[in-house]
Design a protein around this ligand. Sequence first.
Ligand code: SAH
Length: 521
Amino acid sequence: MRAIPLNLLRSATRCARPQVVRLRPARCAVRWSSSDSEERQWSTPLAKTLAQAIETTGPVSVASYMRQCLTSDQGGYYTRQTSGHDQFGTKGDFITSPEISQVFGELVGIWLYTEWMAQGRKEKVQIIEVGPGRGTLMDDVLRTISSFKPFAQSVEAIYMIEASDDLRIQQAKRLCGTDAPEEFELGWRAPCKYIPNCTVNWCEDIRFVPKEETSTPFILAHEFFDALPIHVFQNVANSTIPAASKTITSDGPIQPKTGPQAPKNQWHELMVAPIHESQMSQTPNEDGSPPPEFHLTVSKSPTPHSLYLPQTSPRYKALANTTDAIIEISPESLSYISDFAVRIGGANPPSAQSQPPIPANASITPKSKPLTTFHKPNPSGAALILDYGPASTIPANTLRGIRSHRPCSPFVSTGLVDISADVDFVALADAALDASPGVEVHGPVEQAYFLSTLGIMERVERLLKAAGDEDVRERLETAVKRLVDRGPTGMGRIYKAMAVVPFVEGKKVRRPVGFGGGVFQ
Ligand code: SAH
């Protein structure tokens, strides 16, 4: 068992509800002159680059800002060189469930095994993980799986979708015992140390992972979706959006409706702009963190996203007249979950596939988009999503920064602070069901429920009996308590699990283990 230092267990989790930084957008962007960004001292080179880019293009969406902060090749939080000091653990910024106890990954491995058995022990299994961090979850999963020989033998390949070069190397050391996986056409690869004749492959995007009709993909996403960029919109009464302004997008021009039908409220996108130096606080915040260099502004004109995204779901449309409502939408998350669903259940046939909805307050002529034609006559596989976010409501005001286990503004020390946002589980479920006729979605359920029904307590009992050392026993108990604790500082209630599994017309719904089903049904 991995020994867990006690101070690590006390450190802040990545998500803790009271730590959310509430964002108060300025109503209009502060004027910005081109000399500002050149002479000014910025916290990081990435902050300077971003400020200079905004000078030229104007304020950027929260999604662009998040993408740059997290994965820019010029010093993004995950993509910068960390010289071995990564983002996780006591010396890093946050800790996640797989890092807290090996039991977490073991139970996820058992969950995969129960799904594999329930689906008739398929032969060509792919195991895919998106955003694998240090590789700890996959390590515990593969070690567990390797003791179920027939399942292990069915695994053809493992795919890790990772944006960070440094983390990829850590994962390769852990899963393959090498820090130099070889390059190949999809990315990098090395033989897996747990499963004979099986390679671990690294790709930068899930779209590179081969999709085959006869493959059974088991996909894991632990704290991945919270790192994907969000767009943020605010519902503004007496909107200043000029009725005649037209926005040119890659899908064609979008023009707000005019006349009596024009909506009284409009969704305005919240954008990120640098705070003018003269308006920056000169004193650090109470907690010692530096003052923010960027802030949110409400866009005065429509953006392609503000006219389109809030019209894509009845959940957003229901808020059309709720002045000041804020909604967060992550299109990248929706394309990832759609990809998962298609791999498991095949794509909707082109005729049935929903066209992009026409915005209610816009005239839009979408160009025809290539529709995916991946068919899967026998749906198989599963996706397990573990993350934090509300069970049913639309996330609002959830953008947060975290550094050295303490919450901070997402607008300080660009690229050195982890930025994340709550996951909209309902939006993920809707997108999966829209993308594929061959899937059904279970959950979200609370992590405490998921782990308990998978037998976390029984597993811990066994480990406690085997542990001779009182110190080890105490650490194990503290760690497990934290994973299932439903209080405000625990991870049992805030974190949720959701599963995408095959749907077969005419077959009785089978609930997966952890979502109301048992091992034998
Ligand atoms: N699953 C791990 C790590 C979570 S942190 C755990 O729970 O411990 C987020 C992970 O996603 C990191 O590995 C980060 O490098 C990766 N990541 C973030 N954005 C990504 C993107 N756009 N594409 C691929 N990987 C990404």
